[in-house]
Design a protein around this ligand. Structure first.
Ligand SMILES: *[C@@H]1O[C@H](CO)[C@@H](O)[C@H](O)[C@H]1NC(C)=O
Ligand SMILES: *[C@@H]1O[C@H](CO)[C@@H](O)[C@H](O)[C@H]1NC(C)=O
Ligand SMILES: *[C@@H]1O[C@H](CO)[C@@H](O)[C@H](O)[C@H]1NC(C)=O
Ligand SMILES: *[C@@H]1O[C@H](CO)[C@@H](O)[C@H](O)[C@H]1NC(C)=O
Ligand SMILES: *[C@@H]1O[C@H](CO)[C@@H](O)[C@H](O)[C@H]1NC(C)=O
Ligand SMILES: *[C@@H]1O[C@H](CO)[C@@H](O)[C@H](O)[C@H]1NC(C)=O
Ligand SMILES: [Cu+2]
Length: 826
């Protein structure tokens, strides 16, 4: 056995600093694959099955358009809609197969489920604009294919919703006209006027409606003035203190009327009243909200010591240990296997997640991302967003290599089809392994210390919905744990701060600039987890830790009653919404109904609020006036339901339009049906599904300016194996070390041998010379040689960033679930 001395390396201080936490060894030769985020690596790994959840290809989409044109001739569909009177095909995407059919393909050698598509069509019914869903298939399209109303996924029994904002160009022009009509007032109070020619004018004003005041009978909108124009990222930090109420009940925008104005806590019934008040001596002005360097995300002015050096970064000199089938978007990593797909409304989703060959989850993915505000002004007081309306998948823009994800990550592209165009979202998902700064496990014994590295796999995507950015992580740990984590960043949606002691702004947030207040809001993001713990037949239990007073024979005679605690299991026998227990005093467990581990314990997974800012939230507001029945899933932390093919989702983007009569009313899904199964009279098959929420109660403070920080906005839910295996399954996967300090006494728990020959599970340190103080025994692999890494391993070449523009929504309605029109209307 030859021992090679560790090559000595000269590093510049900066470079040394850069790799401090990672590799202290810098090899000179070999074995290093270029961390090239666009390298299309040779396809050698192939998924066991076809990704049956994959979105439509461009050619499938184009076939569907042709097919729909023929099938829906009577609608006079236009290709490029130019007005609100046009009927057009807005969206086509894959309609995911029913689980019943998918499982037969995946597990019972059944045929692959027939592929179907769904289409959202902007269509007039009795002269009023609607969005209507159809299902089209089977694919590939053939004479037996057909177009039918897509109803089975909606518990409203409808496949359509009236679109109150279909004339969104008119709405934004209406807003501009409001601002123009009071330009004398805006000039006086805000020092600016609207610029119709250039809505992006940084010195201009825009007038923006609150998107959610859609109530039974009648429809009114509050508009608020904002600076600067639409193109600015910081627009939501620049609300101004003038608001106008619009009666938008008339289906025809020509019938809309401007009613009240609101300024500095005072309501004026008409524009004239407002104007007249302005020249009164007792009119109380409040300073406008003026932009400046305070809203910039960079600060070039100051340079605290240390900023001249870049920070440590992560590198991966030997290449990834996961295997990726790019074609099928299938990943395999230390026992975990799953398929990745995306949808326009909800972004990333994972399917058929297995761990070491056993089923864990059929489906895992976002359903809806809600942000519900509160405030004492007419905008914030009723503001609420359901971001699937803008499309969490459509807004999954290209990630920044070396920043959003490590330089060495693999990046996947996604695409979506909208208004006869296929939109590419390059490098919008990243997959990588990461070794954080804390160990998976460690132990110090008298003559030894053992440490196991904690390496996990992450699938990550970021959705930027107007002002706000959501980073979604699906994290896989070596013991079978799965974590779903969301972090928010970007610009908050802030409130105008009037310096007026008669107002109650402090009840809803904090003052954060001259004329700006934060406004409290709840982020509640709903996810579906279709657990199949060691198979589809599962039971949910609450395992409670309860205090008791009891007696034990061995306690007597000294102790009569002992105050202690014990476990009490409560079966969840009907569909229910649960909150996280006080003091974490209950374990929420999903057990296999029939599979046990070697110790006779039911195989299970525990569901728990994970790491982040406090435990994951549900909506503070009870029976929200704005939401109606459109997002009842936000009212509890976690829901346990029967799984049904007819209830594939908890929400639909078009719920936003009909809060009191939504397409999917979650209360009709969580309706106390029995979860008992296996008895003669129980029709239920025991396949349950869990919905859970991530998010935060967000009370932004001065530190949210300019942007919310991700460590302060993180939340997660974890699915942790609970007797799923016979012991910790990470032992076979981890890389670690044991230092034998003195002698050879095995002071506990080490699987390795001192022999260095042929034993793959442990070997002596090869790098140390003859006079060794300790036996250094590794398990798993180690870095063996110094190595030179190219600059791209630290700072990827961002010239290769592929996007030339991001279609970030301006939170107006163009391109949202309300539809899209092309410029150049007649
Ligand atoms: C389609 O166009 C035809 C001919 O112009 C017209 O008669 C018919 O009413 C139109 N149908 C719809 C649904 O717009
Ligand atoms: C799923 O099942 C429902 C109810 O059985 C059925 O109506 C629907 O067509 C199926 N969907 C697909 C995509 O096969
Ligand atoms: C703007 O002013 C004109 C002229 O007074 C009036 O007809 C129109 O209704 C006003 N529009 C809005 C949106 O305020
Ligand atoms: C709003 O306008 C409609 C006509 O479009 C009218 O019938 C209704 O009375 C108005 N509502 C209010 C509160 O003025
Ligand atoms: C929620 O509010 C609506 C409208 O005010 C009311 O009809 C309903 O009874 C309320 N429901 C509950 C559960 O409080
Ligand atoms: C709406 O957005 C699309 C891009 O998605 C753009 O091409 C179109 O011109 C926009 N329409 C209007 C009326 O601004
Ligand atoms: Cu927030």
């Amino acid at each position: 056995m030859e021992w090679r001395a560790k090559p000595l390396i000269t590093l510049t201080a900066a470079c040394f600093f850069a790799v401090l936490i990672l590799l202290l060894i810098f090899p000179f030769d070999g074995g290093f694959s270029t961390p090239n985020y666009q390298s299309q690596k040779k396809q050698s790994f192939v998924a066991p099955k076809t990704n049956i959840w994959a979105d439509l290809t461009e050619s499938e989409a184009s076939d569907i358009y042709d097919f729909l044109y023929k099938d829906l001739t009577y609608l006079n569909l236009t290709k490029h809609p130019k007005s609100n009177r046009d009927n057009f095909i807005f969206i086509v995407e894959a309609l995911r197969p029913n689980k019943t059919d998918a499982v037969s393909y995946l597990y019972d050698a059944g045929p692959a489920p027939r592929r179907w598509a769904k289409a959202a069509v902007a269509q007039h019914i009795h002269n009023e604009p609607y969005m209507v869903y159809y299902m089209v298939g089977p694919l590939p399209l053939s004479p037996e294919s057909r177009t039918v109303p897509l109803e089975y996924v909606f518990n409203s029994g409808r496949n359509y919703v009236k679109n109150p904002v279909q004339d969104f160009v008119a709405i934004s022009e209406f807003g501009l006209t409001i601002a123009e009509n009071i330009s004398d007032i805006t000039q006086d109070l805000l020092g600016a006027v609207a610029n119709r020619e250039n809505p992006d004018d940084p010195l201009g004003l825009i007038c923006w409606p609150r998107g959610s005041r859609i109530e039974r009978g009648g429809f009114s909108l509050w508009f608020q003035l904002y600076k600067p124009g639409l193109g600015s990222g910081a627009r939501t930090l620049l609300p101004q203190g003038i608001y106008a109420k619009v009666n938008a009940s008339d289906a025809n925008i020509d019938g809309w009327t401007v009613g009240q104005f609101y300024y500095n806590g005072v309501i004026y019934d008409t524009e004239e009243d407002f104007r007249a008040a302005l020249s009164e001596p007792d009119f109380v002005r409040t300073p406008p909200n003026v932009d400046g360097p305070w809203s910039d995300t960079e600060d070039f002015e100051s340079s605290p010591p240390g900023r001249e050096l870049p920070p440590p970064v992560s590198v991966q000199p030997y290449g990834p240990r996961y295997r990726l089938d790019r074609e099928q978007q299938y990943v395999s990593w230390f026992g975990f296997e799953f398929y990745i797909t995306t949808a326009q409304a909800t972004g990333l989703a994972l399917f058929d997640i297995r761990f070491k060959g056993e089923r864990v989850m059929y489906e895992l993915g976002l359903q809806e991302a809600m942000a519900h505000y509160a405030g004492d002004d007419p905008m914030q007081g009723g503001l609420e967003f359901m971001d699937s309306f803008f499309g969490m998948g459509k807004t999954m823009f290209e990630l920044v290599p070396g920043y959003d994800c490590p330089a060495y990550a693999d990046y996947l592209d996604t695409r979506f089809h909208q208004a006869h165009k296929t939109h590419e979202l390059p490098n919008s998902i990243c997959v990588f392994e990461h070794t954080p700064d804390y160990l998976l496990s460690r132990h110090t014994a008298q003559y030894s210390v053992t440490a196991s590295r904690n390496t996990y796999l992450i699938v990550r995507a970021v959705s930027t919905v107007g002002n706000y950015d959501y980073t979604f992580d699906y994290v896989f740990y070596m013991d079978g744990t799965l974590e779903i984590k969301v972090r928010a960043s970007g610009f908050i949606f802030a409130a105008f701060y009037a310096r007026n002691s008669n107002k109650n702004e402090n009840e809803y947030g904090h003052r954060i600039h001259d004329a700006l207040a934060s406004s409290m809001h709840d982020h509640v993001l709903n996810f579906k987890a279709d657990l199949d713990v060691a198979g589809p037949t599962n039971d949910m239990v609450r395992l409670a830790l309860e205090p008791i007073t009891t007696t034990y024979p061995w306690d007597k005679p000294e102790v009569k009653d002992r105050n202690t605690m014990h476990l009490v299991e409560h079966a969840v026998t009907e569909e229910a919404g649960l909150d996280w227990p006080k003091n974490s005093g209950e374990f929420y467990l999903v057990y296999s109904a029939d599979q046990k581990n070697a110790w006779g314990e039911r195989k299970g997974y525990r569901i728990t609020s994970g790491t982040g800012m406090g435990s994951t939230p549900h909506l503070t507001i009870l029976n929200s006036t704005t939401l109606g029945d459109s997002a009842r899933w936000a009212e509890h932390d976690i829901w346990i339901l029967q799984r049904k093919d007819t209830e594939p989702r908890s929400a639909d983007p078009l719920n936003y339009f009909a809060p009191h009569d939504p397409l999917i009313d979650f209360t009709k899904m969580a309706n106390h049906e029995s979860l008992k199964h296996g008895e003669a009279d129980s029709p239920y098959d025991g396949d349950l599904v869990v919905y859970f929420n991530l998010g935060a109660h967000h009370v932004p403070h001065s530190g949210d300016v300019p942007n919310t920080l991700q460590h302060t906005s993180a939340s997660s839910v974890m699915f942790v194996p609970h007797n799923f295996n016979d012991r910790d399954p990470s032992r076979e996967s981890v890389q670690g070390v044991r230092l034998q300090l003195k002698g050879t006494k095995n002071s506990g728990g080490f699987a390795g041998e001192t022999s260095i020959n042929g034993d793959l599970r442990s070997r002596l340190d090869r790098r140390v010379g003859a006079q060794k103080l300790h036996d250094i025994k590794y398990f798993g692999s180690t870095y063996e040689q110094g190595m030179k890494l190219p600059l791209e391993a630290f700072e990827p070449d961002l010239e290769r960033y592929r996007s030339s523009e991001h279609a970030v929504t301006d939170l107006s309605y163009n391109g949202s679930a309300a539809g899209v029109w092309m410029k150049g209307a007649e």
